[in-house]
Design a protein around this ligand. Structure first.
Ligand code: ADP
Ligand code: MG
Length: 742
């Protein structure tokens, strides 16, 4: 019985509304053992006929029988199954994998048919020997001659182990000597199979073939038996199994590195995506961070997100012992004890030539070097950090450092002549903003003076006299509390006018209470009225010349006065190392009995910064999407070069899923390599082997979850591309796909 039978089969092509016929009403039967040559002029329908017989193309009319079974109802998968089990193809242009060696090309068919690499070595070598290419087994196919390539193609067709071999002009690209040996090889093969070839050159094959078919204009013109054949040939169809998972993985890895330029190009694109995505994203995070930490605030000048302000819940002062415990806390970087200084700007001036402005800091918190002069040693010595563009600090530095300076209150302009200061060191910043980062580093002693001034300035002083409260301030002399050396501790001198308020116009021996209240503490001083002053005795008892300008003031002992303001620290600031664990640190502080305030939370945002943030978010999203799609299309363009490969393995029997899986493995390999290269770059930047600015930003602003997200994006993109690409590949029949590419 014939293995293939065509009954009135016609093939039409529909092209943009025009119908062309490939061949019409063909009746043919083929049996095992035949070696059939099909001839005819170009365009007579030979290739079309072979493609229909191969199941590479469909037919429109009539019936084709395989082993007596009808095929007109066959779908795509039926034909794929048929091809796997029955058909081995040989093409005029070979359709080999050029980047594979001879061995790998033949091995590939067996792997795609479910064999294990380790078990097929002998079989592959035997097949290579059959086509006389043992010497070239490890040569890349691209280096072989045409005749040698066609031998590889034949060995590959034999490896598939199918009963039918179909060859469309297998000698079309060969010289006559090579052609002859190929034909000889095919005639050998035909003794156990059915071999159908198309040829232009019948003389070349006439000594070998058993049958000649001549076509003309889509019809059979001549069908002539040349030789007798053996009628009793037994055959087996190919026992196709899907490729094993392990071999698929191995093949995918081979394909990844097989064509180096393609691999490097893909790697470059993936690296570009990784770096660009991360740089863009971290840039965005940085912007967001800056926006979050900007804003204004009336109380705090240092609004760093690392600053936590603490006060004790019981309102007592913070002792050295407390500081010891605080500095032992996990996340604490350093503590600024005299916390109010951080939010205090001061001026140092000689009230003549120089005005040096800055934030007050304790010199014990300074740990860098100086650009001019030296670090302070004495309590009256000062270090200034300021802009190189500051005329005083730069051009006038030597003059400045020879001048006595005094602290001046920014608010009142009052100059404190008690404390004589000297600048001994200057450190320049690169900031263009003249005053933004200026700092004045002072000794403990100078800082205490400053603190005293600040406590005094921000305190509310009430004087309780005869059960009434009066406010003491600079706006008028009534009840203004003034220190005077002539007054004994515990005593107070009041004016004669006040004296008249008391019973019998005599207040001597009566009590006066001075109550100091500020943000940090409250203090009460009880005094006894010892003397009254008037115009006549003011010079004598208080050593004051002018009565009119001072009348109404109440005079107390300077030590008593100082004790009101010379207090310990009631408020300090803690600077933390890791901003992310600020909440843990705050709960630790609460457990230790402190009230806390995250300075960052006190920032007042303006609306424009919110608008800017929204705008930037939109821009970033657009950029990331653009980047993604550009990369996506570049990868698809690179993958186009793989179309031949995938069409070829498809013709060798690979299903769509196998093609997709191989592609996924290939892209995932590249994605992983790109990702780990990126991690290595990050690490090298981190450990200062290289130094790239935007990578520092990535390190600073991205968290572990961001790295994971990036990894997932890469994987997702690889899967998406693989799926789309294999879908496109399988949209058309293998023969059209490959025909277009070659
Ligand atoms: P041969 O192989 O004998 O040179 P073909 O089988 O390639 O001839 O072509 C037979 C006829 O079918 C020709 O008229 C050709 O133009 C037409 N044909 C072949 N392939 C296509 C196609 N993909 N679309 C439209 N017409 C086609
Ligand atoms: Mg042809």
């Amino acid at each position: 019985m014939s293995i293939i039978k065509l009954k009135n089969v016609s093939k039409y092509y529909y092209n943009k509304g025009v119908i062309a016929s490939g061949f019409t009403k063909i009746n043919l039967e083929f049996s095992m053992g035949e070696f059939v040559a099909i001839t005819g002029e170009s365009g007579s329908g030979k290739s079309t006929l072979l493609n229909v017989i191969s199941g590479l193309d469909t037919y429109e009319e009539g019936e084709m029988y395989i082993n007596g079974k009808e095929t007109s109802h066959y779908g795509e998968t039926d034909f794929e199954n048929y091809r796997r089990r029955y058909i081995g193809n040989i093409f005029q242009n070979f359709n080999l994998i050029n980047s594979y060696t001879v061995y790998q090309n033949i091995e590939l068919v067996l792997l795609l048919n479910g064999a294990k690499k380790s078990e097929i070595k002998d079989k592959v070598i035997e097949l290579i020997k059959t086509v006389n290419l043992y010497k070239f087994r490890n040569t890349k196919v691209s280096k072989l001659s045409g005749g040698q390539k066609q031998r590889v193609a034949i060995a590959r067709a034999l490896a598939k182990d199918t009963p039918i071999i179909i060859a469309d002009e297998p000698t079309g690209n060969l010289d006559s000597r090579s052609a002859k040996s190929i034909i000889k090889l095919l005639s050998e093969i035909s003794k156990e199979k059915l071999v159908i070839i198309v040829t232009h050159n019948y003389e070349q094959v006439e000594d070998y073939v058993t049958r000649k078919i001549k076509m003309h204009d889509g019809k059979i013109l001549e069908d002539k038996k040349i030789k007798d054949i053996d009628k009793n040939i037994k055959y087996n169809t190919n026992n196709y199994k899907n490729i094993t998972k392990f071999e698929k993985l191995r093949l995918g890895i081979r394909n990844t590195f097989n064509i180096m330029p393609k691999f490097l190009l893909l790697l470059a694109v993936y690296l570009f995506i990784v770096v660009a995505l991360m740089a863009e994203y971290s840039g965005f995070k940085e912007q967001e961070y800056i926006a979050e930490n900007s804003g204004y605030n009336d109380y705090f000048q240092d609004t760093s997100d690392r600053r936590i302000v603490i006060k004790k819940e019981d309102k007592t002062s913070i002792t050295e012992e407390d500081y010891q415990k605080l500095s032992n806390l996990d996340n604490v970087s350093y503590i600024v004890k005299n916390d109010i200084l951080l939010d205090t700007s001061i001026n140092m001036t000689d009230n003549n030539n120089f005005w040096i402005y800055g934030n007050a800091h304790n010199i014990s918190n300074y740990n860098k070097d100086v650009d001019v002069g030296r670090l302070p040693k004495e309590s009256n010595e000062v270090l200034v950090v300021g802009s190189k563009n500051d005329y005083y600090l730069n051009n006038m530095a030597s003059e400045l450092m020879k001048t006595d300076l005094y602290l001046q209150s920014i608010d009142t302009g009052e100059i404190n002549k008690d404390l004589k200061l000297r600048i001994v060191g200057i450190k320049y910043t690169t900031s263009n903003n003249l005053y933004a980062n200026s700092k004045i580093y002072l000794s403990d002693e100078a800082i205490n003076t400053l603190k005293f001034e600040i406590y005094r300035k921000y305190s509310n002083i009430q004087v309780k006299f005869l059960d009434n409260y009066y406010t003491s301030d600079n706006s008028n002399n009534n009840f203004k509390v003034v220190p005077n050396n002539n007054v004994k501790s515990g005593s107070v001198y009041i004016s004669g006018d006040l004296n008249n308020e008391c019973k019998n116009n005599n207040c001597l021996g009566e009590k006066i209470q001075i109550e100091v209240t500020n943000l940090y503490y409250q203090d009460i001083l009880n005094l006894t009225i010892e003397k009254t002053y008037d115009k006549k005795n003011i010079k004598n008892i208080l050593n004051i010349d002018n009565y009119e300008d001072n009348n109404g003031c109440i005079y107390i002992n300077p030590n008593d006065y100082n004790n009101l303001f010379n207090k310990d620290n009631y408020q300090s600031s803690i600077y933390i190392k890791d901003v992310d664990s600020v909440d843990t640190t705050i709960s630790n502080l609460k457990d230790m009995g402190y009230n806390t305030l995250k300075v960052k939370d006190t920032l007042v945002k303006d609306n424009t910064s919110q608008m800017v943030k929204i705008f930037k978010t939109v821009v970033t999203i657009c950029l990331v999407l653009t980047l993604f799609f550009i990369s996506y299309f570049v990868i698809r363009i690179i993958l186009k070069s793989r179309t031949v490969y995938f069409s070829t393995i498809r013709m060798l029997g690979a299903t769509r899923k196998i093609c997709k899986d191989l592609l996924i493995i290939e892209l995932l390999n590249v994605a992983n390599i790109a990702y780990f290269t990126f991690l290595i770059i990050i690490y090298m930047n981190y450990s200062d082997i290289i130094n790239v600015g935007f990578i520092d930003t990535i390190i600073d602003y991205l968290k572990l979850s961001d790295y994971l997200l990036l990894y997932l994006i890469l994987l997702g993109m690889s899967l998406l591309i693989s799926m789309k690409f294999s879908k496109k590949l399988f949209k058309r029949s293998a023969i059209t796909t490959i025909g277009e590419e070659v």
